[in-house]
Design a protein around this ligand. Structure first.
Ligand code: ATP
Ligand code: MG
Length: 355
């Protein structure tokens, strides 16, 4: 079912005990759907949005009731759900492909909805290239890779994609090229990609905070943030501001997680790396994803990229159900490709040092 028909299914007036005065007050705050209400936390509604129109008690009640109605309609899972109910929710997961069969197999079909997938790696490791390839492949799945509805690895076409670009590295001609090389009509693809260029951390926070409106307006299924951390890292660079940076980062990730869940969308974020010296390893320099524990706990799936000659290595190193595994891929005019020497996913369990 498309997002717009799903959105039509549940209206504000369906919220238990809601009065028309409350609906009016919410509309004044530009909260126009049950989803937009359910995605808030009570303190966000009171402290950041409400302008004195709601107190905390009323806000928690309202949000609780909005979530309740979404739970009844089986859009959200219950606080206590039996595992078979959860299975039903998992069956609604869509997967969005990169165009490389091996990369998509590595992700069990593609980037998942109801989840945040983080791609980290050094500069030039291919993070933005994957994001661009995803814009093309994800938009074409239904037409070109149709799978049965009840297929376990259901791949879907994104209705639209929102690409949040904080590094000014989004290149429309690269998407055009990947689309053309793969035999798709580039303009059809480009029409479905909403690019949002961001210049500072506050702007990024504000765009993420208000993304529910755009997700509904554009019927978005996939949100890409390339990169989630660069602006915060540049603006909060000293030790004394690290706490604040982490708190702001955590808040954005938390909000993205709620969108992924409530709107059944896929969120793909890119992350940078930090170098550190591990004295126990004879002082060698290592790299790891930036953002520390906040990033670690917020991402559902974590992928680390590394250059390997002219190819790239991708490792899934944190996932609730994928084994730790690694694949090789390459980047070409076509987008993301299977590396020539590729021999199938390699299980690298217990060998974390490879990344
Ligand atoms: P950063 O941290 O700087 O944003 P990144 O991980 O996003 O880095 P990408 O921009 O994804 O890096 O990768 C850039 C690399 O992709 C280039 O260095 C080049 O090796 C490769 N690349 C880009 N376009 C092509 C192409 N058409 N054919 C082959 N390789 C390409
Ligand atoms: Mg990049």
């Amino acid at each position: 079912m498309s997002m717009s028909s799903r959105l039509r299914e549940v209206i504000m007036e369906d919220i238990p005990d809601i009065t028309s005065d409350t609906v009016d007050r919410l509309r004044k705050l530009n909260i126009n759907s049950v989803y937009q209400l359910a995605v808030q936390t009570p303190s966000e509604l009171v402290l950041e949005i409400s302008d004195g129109l709601f107190d905390i008690g009323e806000a928690s009640n309202l949000i609780g009731n909005a979530r309740k109605i979404l739970t009844e309609r089986q859009i959200l899972s219950k606080e206590f759900s039996t595992a078979d109910d959860l299975l039903e929710k998992r069956n609604k997961i869509s997967r969005y492909a990169t165009g490389s069969k091996k990369f998509d197999d590595f992700l069990n079909g593609g980037f998942e909805s109801q989840a945040i997938t983080e791609i980290s790696g050094e500069f030039g490791s291919g993070k933005s290239q994957i994001c661009h390839a995803l814009c093309v492949a994800a938009n074409n799945l239904v037409e070109n890779n149709k799978l049965d509805d009840d297929d376990e690895n259901k791949q879907s076409a994104a209705e639209t994609i929102i690409f949040i670009d904080t590094e000014n590295t989004f290149r429309v001609d690269r998407i055009y090229q990947i689309a053309e090389q793969n035999g798709f009509d580039p303009l059809t693809i480009l029409q479905k990609v909403y690019h949002c260029k961001i210049f500072n951390s506050e702007e990024l926070e504000s765009v993420i905070n208000n993304l529910d409106k755009s997700i509904e307006q554009y019927n978005t299924k996939l949100v890409i943030v390339d990169s989630i951390i660069s602006l915060h890292r540049a603006e909060f660079s000293g030790r004394e501001t690290l706490g604040e940076r982490q708190q702001r980062l955590g808040k954005m990730l938390n909000k993205l997680r709620r969108y992924a869940d409530i709107y059944n969308i896929a969120v793909v974020i890119t992350n940078q790396v930090v170098s550190y010296t591990d004295n126990s390893q004879f002082g060698s320099d290592y790299i790891k994803p930036a953002g520390g524990n906040v990033m670690g706990h917020s991402s559902t799936y974590r992928i680390f990229l590394k250059r390997s000659g002219k190819n790239r290595l991708a490792t899934i190193f944190d996932s609730p159900y994928h084994p730790n595994q690694q694949i090789k891929f390459s980047i070409s005019d076509d987008g993301i490709q299977n590396a020539s020497s590729y021999k199938g996913p390699e299980n690298v369990d217990g060998n974390d040092s490879t990344w």
